[in-house]
Design a binder for this molecule. Structure first.
Ligand code: 6R9
Length: 704
């Protein structure tokens, strides 16, 4: 044995211990009707059929002209799919369904106030609305193919209408989650250099009609600071004809869509036939530096991938009533509320508000009333529904054949409630692991062909060949009980094309780490680094452990520590700030901020709330910290870097690890004393953490 082999295991190799969960089999009734019921599909998507296997997904679409090259790898890792092919995404999601299903509901929109009528929008009606708005964008907004348009829209049908109108023109849309602040929206406007902002006056959330247009003014001010001037703000109205915002309309800049639309009523717009590799949209996500990353998604590859995965993994048939509770402001909503389901010609339900408003039965009333049979949500929502109404589902007559969980790891216990109580024991569950950058699912069971295992997403999906590497690039074998970095060995059609305007960052963040040969044009040399830790069981199922970088996943949303920290130091008293995750029963992870003050200022509750407010203003309510701790100094390395893992350990009552390399080790006990005493007084002592959670805290910030 060499000395190497005798060396004790490193921290990264720490064995991951957890109870192996029992399998759950899909019900026979589900299998009998499933889109993917024949195991032959697994062979068709085997590695020996790559990349041609993806023709099967692309053939779900209607092409204006067929492609000549399925996968072009000549400029890695900038992969090109279906090269030579041309198509239009709005035609695929709307026009082509008119012949057979013009009177089927494409969207059913449920407003949050229960007394307001639900709206069913048929494919015929959607076609009319998309065309009218496309005409308005083109003629009044003066946008042309390739331009970017930013939306800051809530969960209203005007959002998919706006997306599809852009797609019709070959205009690249960039939707910013409605709950994000005006400032966050402004940064994304500037980054994408959009000249048009599409927004809404107001929308309902948790019983309140929120003033939303006010954020447009903040967004434009921020974009201007960053050097980008917006020409027009197009304001949809929650109640056409009535303005529900306090913010004044700016003459010559702000326009009510319902008024301008009078000039475009019933206009038809010839769809622009786009190359498969033309960008369809940008979706911004957080990274480890402040600048947001605009993940650029393609038209042909993306649409083929979301159509294929919607068909086989969501088991969507045109006759289904499918409800995904995500917000369209996130990638899940783009792929699995709008593009995937509509490409398949099904009925996609959209809900404006909070699933527990006005009470914990609301979601189940909607499901019962609309006859929803496929349900899609995130662990954070499942936890909330369970907490507020553990017995509610049994009171309603809905029946789900299929349910999805996405966004963060789901605890087996929560999974079992979802299965037994929400699914009434008769629905299959798919736990779909993927990311904004990926377009669609990467890891999941095929619902009719694989048994489910609570807490594990399952194997790689069709045509995706994942692998776990350790830090040295060696493969971590399935069943070894060791964790490592999950990577995808091959390109796939849904993968993003680049980070908008930052191609080097795209290569550096996702490909450099495990690239075997930078000069190679063989895709086998370019594994995709997902940035998640994972373990693979002997059966091939992956269990995702969470991010390996310093991004905090709050209620399924990725928040960059740098963004949180930059927001905090906009407060005049703040000298330094560090963001760490803290385990949270409902949201999975919550944010805690540690800040130190500039000389001459003293700690006060006002300063704490200023920091919380700054984060709300810069990023949005979703990022609001659970606590803001004002400390005399931060634990730092000798080179002056804040050691986030140390304060993360304090916040979570776990071992802070080795502090001997710190420049100021004595500060650790002071901070621990201050923070943990106060937490105990507030009753915020966390439950005992699992070994994986402890590893996650230990690893936090190791990207530094
Ligand atoms: C689709 C989406 C991506 C990050 C990802 C991972 C976590 C997503 C998961 C999951 C465990 C699942 N994640 N799905 N972790 N099991 N089923 O959520 O995209 O917002 O970009 O977040 O979310 O850590 O890296 P995005």
């Amino acid at each position: 044995m060499t000395t190497d082999e005798q060396a004790p295991v490193s921290e990264a190799q720490i064995a991951v211990h957890w109870r192996e969960e029992d399998y759950y089999q899909p019900p026979a009734k589900f299998i009998a009707q499933a889109n993917a019921g024949d195991p032959d599909i697994l062979k068709r998507f085997g590695e020996d059929h790559f990349p041609e296997c993806f023709k099967e997904y692309a053939d779900l679409l209607s092409w204006d002209s067929y492609w000549h090259t399925t996968l072009d790898t000549s400029n890695p890792p900038f992969w090109k799919w279906f090269v030579g092919g041309r198509l239009n995404a709005s035609v695929n999601c709307v026009d082509r369904h008119l012949a057979t299903s013009r009177n089927r509901a494409a969207l059913i929109w449920v407003p949050e106030p229960e007394a307001e009528a639900t709206q069913a929008i048929t494919y015929q009606e959607l076609h009319a609305r998309v065309n009218e708005f496309a005409a308005l964008l083109r003629d009044f907004g003066s946008v042309a193919t390739g331009d970017r348009v930013t939306f800051h829209l809530p969960m209203v049908p005007e959002l998919p209408v706006s997306m599809l109108a852009c797609a019709r023109l070959g205009v690249i849309h960039s939707e910013v989650f409605g709950g994000f602040s005006g400032a966050a929206c402004g940064e994304r406007i500037a980054d994408s250099q959009s000249r048009i902002l599409v927004t809404m006056d107001a929308y309902y959330r948790n019983g309140d009609l929120l003033d939303h247009k006010v954020k447009a003014d903040e967004a434009l001010a921020r974009a201007r600071e960053l050097g980008v001037e917006v020409d027009k703000v197009l304001v949809w109205r929650r109640y056409p004809g009535e303005y529900r915002s306090q913010s004044p309309m700016v003459a010559g800049r702000d326009f009510f869509v319902d008024e301008v639309m009078a000039d475009h009523r019933d206009e038809l717009v010839e769809p622009v036939s786009m190359p498969a590799e033309a960008p369809l949209f940008l979706m911004y996500t957080s990274g480890t530096t402040g600048r947001p990353k605009g993940a650029q998604h393609s038209t042909g590859g993306y649409l083929a991938y979301v159509a294929g995965t919607s068909k086989y993994y969501q088991d969507i048939h045109p006759e289904d009533t499918y409800w995904c509770l995500a917000d369209i402001g996130w990638i899940t909503g783009h792929s699995y509320i709008v593009y995937g389901p509509l490409a398949l010609g099904t009925t996609s339900v959209m809900y404006e508000g909070v699933p527990t408003y006005p009470d914990a039965g609301r979601a189940w009333r909607i499901a019962e009333r609309l006859g929803v049979n496929i349900f899609h949500t995130a662990p954070t929502t499942i936890r909330m529904l369970r907490k507020l109404g553990p017995d509610e589902p049994a009171k309603y007559r809905y029946r789900f054949k299929h349910m999805t969980t996405v966004g963060e790891p789901i605890e087996p216990d929560v999974w079992r409630w979802y299965h037994g109580t929400v699914g009434k024991g008769e629905a299959v569950i798919v736990d779909t692991w993927w990311q904004t950058e990926n377009g669609g699912f990467l890891g999941s069971t095929l619902p009719a062909l694989h048994p489910m295992k609570p807490g594990s997403c399952g194997p790689g999906v069709l045509g995706i060949y994942p692998v776990i590497y350790d830090e040295t690039g060696a493969v971590v074998e399935a069943g070894s009980g060791r964790a490592g970095n999950i990577c995808i060995r091959n390109p796939w059609p849904g993968i993003f094309q680049t980070i908008w305007g930052q191609p080097e960052r795209y290569v550096d963040t996702y490909y450099v780490k495990y690239c075997r040969d930078k000069d190679s044009t063989d895709w086998r040399d370019w594994p995709y680094f997902a940035g998640d830790g994972a373990v693979q069981a002997a059966d091939g199922y992956f269990r995702i452990l969470g991010r390996v970088d310093d991004v905090i996943n709050v209620a399924g949303h990725r928040l960059g520590t740098k963004e949180l920290e930059s927001a905090s130091i906009t407060v005049e008293e703040i000298a330094e700030a560090a963001a760490v995750p803290v385990m949270d029963e409902l949201r999975g992870r919550a944010v805690e901020m540690y800040v130190s003050l500039k000389p001459g200022f003293s700690a006060s509750p006002e300063v704490e709330s200023k920091v919380a407010r700054a984060i709300e203003t810069e990023i949005g309510k979703i990022a609001r910290p659970k606590n803001v701790w004002i400390v005399s100094d931060m634990p730092k390395t000798r080179s002056g870097k804040i050691m986030r893992r140390v304060i993360a350990g304090i916040s979570n009552f776990t071992d802070v690890g080795d502090v001997s390399t710190l420049a100021n080790p004595e500060i650790v006990d002071d901070i621990r004393q201050q923070v943990q005493t106060e937490k105990m007084a507030r009753g915020e002592v966390p439950r005992e953490l699992t070994p994986e959670e402890i590893d996650e805290i230990k690893a936090f910030g190791r990207a530094e």
